[in-house]
Design a protein. Structure first.
Ligand SMILES: Cc1ncc(COP(=O)(O)O)c(C=O)c1O
Length: 505
């Protein structure tokens, strides 16, 4: 239960379970000891309403409106909290501190929109009923830990937003994405989280990040021209280069003492006059690296020297663990921004990849014009639910994400400790971001490679390292965005298979 004192009053947020209904409620008490309840806003999905003086006169008013009840209640309170208190019988001896009221109402709103969720209480049978690829590609006796989807329930602000669209039968042609407020929500988020000022006119809404990579390769390079990629890499990067008939300029990450490192000298050697694009992945999938400012500055220097366009996929920017900081590539310097297209989306951090919505921020008008030379209908339309869900995630989902990140950090550390203690021959650097761990099983020389070995003998479905480029031979990627019991079951199955094959202990 969230609680905040505000001078003469006390705010409490509660998630009320009432038969089949209920939902978030904001209670306002007078702050004397045993202070009476003055107001209660029951912002339920069904029949939302508020009470004035609920323990006395109990005047009830509906909060039914075309807008979401939490928004209506909180906006009214922000406008006239003192008036509401007066109607509830509280005479204030002096005005409330306006800044403190705004702060407390913002916190209350975040709590109301994000009920606590037990991320360790996932129901395996319910997960198996999901229709997405994570839970359907492998047979039912296999525990999937591959594609980058999380097993957690849909964040409540997104669930609520989607339900409202469906209940209104609001599934007709969507509004032009530029009119939906999504670009502004992205701009606000970049400013608040990374101190990056983006011009909303330079932002385009897209179907997905991978699609934008393909378009970028088509418009910023010609067939056979080079595209630099730090390998091993998220497989669609490789697919995009091959399928658009560009030339892969692989710049493999080097294994450092406690992390993978950029090989800048190798990159300088590999660059040729016909290389046009740096296709950057930061944070990097699958290594989990969050590149530091000096690393990014060195990359930018090379990109400037060779006049490369930089396509920077920053989709994992919201999944950075404490101790590391995401730096948008475009923020390094104005001349760097001018050659950078930044791609991102809410789909990884909020696990809504099935809804297909992403954004591109162009560092210059000319980059945007070239990108738009592929007609919009070829680039594809964006579904209204994807836009609504992304808005809900960015505007209201951060409290959910903060809780998820704490859980992911515990899982990451648990996995790292397990590997360190139980499988000392397996190389592994705990990721600095993402919910993906990149495991090097080369020393164990597993029959058929680790992916096939664990699929056949442990019935665990991991991502096959070879799909991330030739550097991934002997590696697998594990997705740990699940409950601790499921993660433990994955590890225990893998451990059993290694023991039975005589590869450990
Ligand atoms: C680095 C990276 N880029 C892009 C994507 C996919 O983005 P989208 O579904 O928007 O194409 C992923 C998904 O795992 C990813 O890891």
């Amino acid at each position: 239960m969230w609680e905040r004192g505000l001078g003469p009053i006390r705010l409490v947020v509660e998630h009320r379970a009432l038969g089949g209904g209920g939902g978030p409620a904001l209670r306002i008490y007078s702050s004397e000891p045993k202070g009476r309840e003055l107001l209660r806003f029951d912002c339920f999905e069904k029949a939302p309403h508020f009470h004035i003086d609920p323990s006395g006169r109990d005047l009830i008013t509906s909060l039914e409106s075309p807008d979401d009840a939490i928004t209506v209640a909180l906006e009214d309170l922000a406008r006239d909290l003192e008036g509401y208190l007066k109607r509830a019988g509280l005479e204030l001896s002096r005005p409330l501190d306006c800044a403190a009221v705004v702060l407390a109402l913002n916190e209350a709103e975040a709590e109301m929109r994000n009920p606590p969720v037990d991320l360790d209480a996932l129901d395996l049978e319910a997960l198996r009923r999901r229709r997405g690829e994570k839970w359907t590609v492998y047979p039912p006796d296999v525990l999937p830990a591959w594609v980058a989807d999380m097993d957690f329930p849909v964040p409540e602000p997104i669930r609520r937003m989607l339900l409202r669209s469906v209940e209104r039968s609001d599934l007709g042609y969507p509004l032009d994405p530029g009119e939906t407020g999504l670009r502004e929500a992205f701009v606000d988020r970049m400013q608040a989280r990374f101190g990056w000022s983006v011009d909303p006119e330079r932002v385009d809404v897209l179907t997905d990040v991978v699609q934008a990579i393909y378009v970028g390769l088509e418009v910023f390079s010609e067939p056979d021209e080079g595209v630099v990629i730090q390998t091993p890499i998220y497989p669609p990067f490789l697919g995009a280069v091959w399928e658009t008939r560009r030339r892969l300029v692989a710049n493999p990450l080097a294994e450092g003492r406690d992390r993978y490192e950029l090989d800048l000298d190798g990159l300088r050697r590999a660059a040729s006059p016909s290389t046009r694009i740096l296709l950057l992945c930061n944070p990097h999938n699958p290594s989990g690296r969050v590149f530091t400012r000096p690393e990014l500055e060195a990359l930018a220097e090379i990109a400037l020297a060779h006049d490369w366009v930089v396509i920077s996929d920053e989709i994992h920017e919201d999944l950075v663990f404490p101790g590391h900081r995401h730096i948008p590539f475009a923020t390094l310097a104005p001349e760097v921004e001018a050659r950078t297209v930044t791609l991102t989306s809410a789909t990884k951090a909020f696990s809504i990849a099935g809804l297909r919505c992403a954004v591109a921020a162009f560092g210059s008008e000319s980059l945007q014009t070239r990108f738009r030379s592929i007609p919009r209908h070829v680039r594809g339309g964006i579904g209204s639910l994807g836009i609504e869900a992304t808005l809900a995630a960015w505007r209201h989902g951060q409290t959910w994400l903060d809780r998820v990140m704490a859980h992911l950090q515990r899982n990451r550390d648990h996995l790292a400790a397990f590997i360190h203690e139980q499988w000392p021959a397996v190389r592994h650097f705990p990721p600095e971001a993402t919910y993906l761990s990149w495991l090097d099983f080369r020393a164990l020389d597993l029959e058929g490679g680790p992916h096939q070995f664990f699929l056949d003998r442990a019935r665990v479905g991991l991502s096959n390292g070879t799909r991330f480029g030739s550097e991934g031979e002997g590696f697998v990627r594990v997705n740990f965005a699940t409950s601790r019991p499921i993660l433990d079951e994955i590890l225990s199955r893998m451990h059993g298979a290694l023991e039975r094959a005589g590869r450990i202990g």
